[in-house]
Design a protein around this ligand. Sequence first.
Ligand code: 3SL
Length: 237
Amino acid sequence: MPTLDICFSPELLPLFDLKGKVAVVVDVLRATSSIVTALASGVTHLVPFSELAECRAMVAQGYLTAAERDGRQAEGVDLGNSPFGYLDGVVPVRGRTVAITTTNGTRALHLSAAADEIVVGAFLNLGAVADYLRRLNKDVVVVCAGWKGHFCLEDTLFGGALAARLAEADGFDTTSSDATLAALDLWAAAAPDLAGYLLRSAHVRRLNSLEAHQDMDFCIREDEYHLVPVFRDGRIQ
Ligand code: 3SL
């Protein structure tokens, strides 16, 4: 029976053997939510970078650039890291390619390279990811992007929500990892009022101080999009 385990921070990845497994990389606030929204809005593919300079250099190849550091849009790029950047029409994105770099999310994608497959997860595409994993029927590790190596509630809650969906008579073992058990308990506690629960979280407080209040409400919507971005050969599509 395939297992679902959760890596609470990219710093813990050296403890995980991703070979033969599917990594579901999640940065609910906001990188993976923005990536899902970008593809749902007609972006053809995204190329994630760890370094700002590499991202900016992609302009020469016709890419739009999206970059965030410490929650703010970096200077001299087209988009920040809000999903609304792909929805509000200020920068037309349909049919375009996007080079993206964020503090934690794009780094977590690259650090998951040892996995057989790397999937981009968010609440926005939770059901689609669960369906996809059921079809693959392989061991799964949810890689939480966290914040600069620290544990984050919102990414762990996504892990719990995904485990809850896969545990529903689907033959996934969600009981043999303490991390998954903890995430399931956290999800059970938070799910009745996820927005209220997350108001206490460090990242929501950080976003609120940047006046990105509406981003959390959007990023915690479940099943808004039925698509599963996969990171392969340097591209997310
Ligand atoms: O760290 C990241 O990858 C970002 O998602 C952080 S922020 O939400 O843009 O502040």
